[in-house]
Structure formats: structure tokens, C-alpha cells
Design a protein around this ligand. Sequence first.
Ligand code: G6Q
Length: 545
Amino acid sequence: MAVSRPDETPAWRALAAHAGETAPLHLRDLFAADPQRFARLSLAWNDWLLDFSKQRITPATLPLLHALWYAGGVPEWSARMRAGEAINHTEGRAVLHIALRNGKPALLHNGRDVMPGVRAVLEKMERFVAAIHDGHWRGAGGERISDVVNIGIGGSDLGPRMATQALAACHHPGLRVHYVANLDGADLATVLAGLQPRRTLFIIASKTFTTQETMQNAHSAREWLTRELGATAVAKHFVAVSTNLVEVERFGIDPENAFEFWDWVGGRYSLWSAIGLPLALAIGMARFRELLAGAHAMDEHFFTAPVERNLPGLLALLEIWNSNFLGADNRALLPYSQSLALLPRYLQQLEMESNGKQVDREGRPVTWAAAPVLWGEAGTNGQHAFYQLIHQGGRLVPCEFIACCEADFPLPGHHEKLLANCFAQSEALMRGKTLAEVQAEMAAARIPEVVVDRLAPYKVFPGNQPSTTLLLPRLDPFNLGALIALYEHKVFVESCIWNINPFDQWGVEYGKQLASRLLPMIEGRTATDGLDSSTTGLIAASRRR
Ligand code: G6Q
């Protein structure tokens, strides 16, 4: 049976009509008209609060959005994912990152339970982390490891890097964890500048173990190490995380020192696998298991809660409302937490690599605006930079605020001010400030009328800028795990409704191919025949040095 395009379903059409009816409404009027608005349009889960009352919706919008969940077949797709079906159909792969944080029950892939393998790798990680922490594992010269450098990129970097920063308050003393991703030698060189080979351990993290950036950095790191300690030192200073154990061994890493994962774990969903090893080293295995438990708790919530109370479902539906029915082409992610400063970058990959697709599951053009551009920055820093545009730039910018009730670094006087800024921004974006309010404010400050007339228009704020605020009790491994899983499932729900495969990444693969064609030309080994004039000109200019 032919699958309907999402924009041809009755649910979509009803929302389009509803969007027309609600377009003239202003958030400040909606709040004034309904004192119960917050109670009606907020949701609790564990000790989390999701306040979406500042979205441009009415209570009547919700059932219409819920219909999209069913039209997109979210319950059916979820069941197929959990059953280990190859729902990543373009790569013929199952999608089972949920198994990595599954606890006890079996999860089948091609008829075999994956859980014993998952548990075995976790136990191997546990032994390794303990050996590094207690000094049992020593460098080739007999010294303790003081610095770990994770070399990986994309999905083999962003998750552990973000989580390591997010959980800075839980770091194991005496061990520093660094991340190198960029092919630009400045990345590796600046990290190595402060390190001693004898006390440094490298983790080469690559699902394929063929990625150009990672392999170049890995070779340079090996060169740096062996120059001082000799080739035999590699065994005590290099470990690998990969699905490709053949290439790991070819690089010279003992398979004993390799941590395996599987092709049913997508790169950007791999934090929960051994790709999380640098994080586990940073926070200890017990806390790493708390992270997994938090993600598992969110999985359970996602798979069992009805759409009316389903957090990932709700976030997905609000995003679809804003982008497909109100015309937003972006979303700002604004964590009021320095520890979550890398979350926007992490979610850029998760959301835009997953749903930034041009054809649907049937190979037909996607003409219904999927995956808005995600951007953002930690608060309050962004307030002193781009918030001006959100307040007065005339664009629709749905904002997502994240804050924690408790500080992870409780310096006196900081946290209350941080929360005050966060809540004040969402309030101002919702309300705006009218010309009459500006004039009254200026008059009260005894500003001469002529100045009021001249300046007042500049001080008007239209408001009606939609936002959601997610309030967590605190940033700890459990809540971080649940937070990341929340977004994973949000992306999945969106993909069901947009009828997209969110688990492939042909644009990334294309990038991996492209540079290898130009490299011999830049090195001067082959001619630039057949290239366009711009690329030819750039290569020629780069060689004139
Ligand atoms: C993630 C992407 C991509 C990938 C990197 C690194 O979903 O596929 O970001 O993680 O290209 O790939 P390797 O882990 O194979 O080096």
C-alpha cells in the first residue's frame, strides 16, 4: 500500500487550518485570558518540568498534534526499532542503541540476543577504567597515566566530549581527559603541547577505523609517542574503540586493548557504547552506568507513556508545529548551564544529520520542510551577543531554554542570578513591550517628551516569540543520560512523522570521498584537469607558498 505523504494526511490538513485560525493570537493575550495556562500546558516527568505554555498554541492545538503521532505511525515504528528490524533501510541496519542501556531483558538482532555482548564490553570497560584509576595500568616507563586523549570525530567525539564537560563536577581526580577531532594539526599539537608521552594514553575512537581525520591524528600521535618511548610503548599507550577490529590490529593496537561495538549502533547514537570510554575514564564506571540508567529510564518513558504525556513526543510535535505550520526555519537551544555549553553542538549533529534529508522513506522528494537549523549557546553568554536578533530581528526563532534548579558548581550568588536571567528572557520573549508601555516607562523616568518620541520606537519589543523551558533538578549523570535520550527519541518521532530515515548520513559519506580526489592535486602529484575554474584557482593559490 502506498504510504501517504505527511502533508496529505487529514491530521496535517487539520493543523494547517488551525494554524490559520490561531495566527492572529498573541502569547501575552493567551496568558491574560487563561490564568491556568501554565498548569494546562506543562508536563512533569520524574522531577523534571517541561513548560511549553509559552509556545504559540492553544489547548485545542494539542489533540490535533497528537493525531500526527498516530498518522506518522510512531508506535509502530517504535515497535519495529525495539524488535531489531533493519529500519535503517538504506544501509540495511538495525538501530539498537537502546540495547546499550537496556539493563536485563534480551534484545534480538538477527535472532540473536545482543545483551551478552553489550555486558561483556561494559565489564571490559569497567576493568580498564579501574586499572587506570588505581594505577594498575602503567605507561611503558612504569608511570601512572595522568592524561587521556580521545582521537575521534563526529559521532566518535561529540557525545563523550559534550558529556565530559557536562559532568565536570563528577570528574575523577588526577586524570585529565582531552579530545582531538580536527584534521587541522593545531588541534592535536595544542593538546600534546602540555602532555608527557610517558603519562599519556590515547583512545583511537572510530567506528570504521578508516576516517581520514582520525587516522591522520592517530598516526601523528603514535609518531609523537614512539619518538620518545619507542615502538613497543604503543601497547601501553594506545587503545581503540571500533567495529573494525581488523583495521585496529593493522594499526598496531593489540586486539586485547580494543573495545568493540557493532554496526547496529549509529555514530551519533554511540555515546552509550565503548565510544563513551573517555567519559567513563573521566567520571568513573559507576557514574557512567548512572548515565545509562538515565537514558534507559527515558526509553521506558518514551515507549510506554501515551502521547499526551510523552516528553520526546511533545518536543517533536512542537517542533513540527513551529516549522511546518508557523514557518520557523530554525530553533535556538539555550542551556543556562556552562556545563551544557557543548549541548547545542552535539544536538546539531543529532538533529540535522538525522533529519536533514531530501527524500522520504519511499525515495520521494521531501517538500515539507524537515529538520530546522539548530543553533545556540550557553546562557547568559548569548544574551550579550545574538539575543538582540531574537528580540527585535523580525524572525521567528523558537527558543528552547534548559536550566537546573541546583547548581553543579554552587558558588554563592551565581545560580539565582543565572535562573533569573533565564526566566526573564522567556518572559520578555513571550510578552514583548508595547509602544504605550515604552512611553509610560520613559515618562516615569522623566525623559523629555521629544526624546521619548524619537527613541520609543527603538525600545518596542514585539514579543510572541515561542519558547519551551525544560527545568531539571540538577545536572548529574542520570539526568544527563535521560536528557540525551530525550532528544534521540524526539528526533525519531519527527522522522516518523516526516517519513524520513534518520539513521543514514549520505552527506557525511560524500564528504569522506570528496577530499581524497583533490589531495594528490594539492600535493602536486597529479594535474588539476577536469576541475572547475574556482577549485583549480584555489589549488593553484594554495600551492604558491
Ligand atoms: C555519525 C556520523 C559521523 C561519524 C564520523 C566518524 O553518525 O556517521 O559523524 O561518526 O564520521 O566516523 P568513524 O567513527 O567511523 O570514524
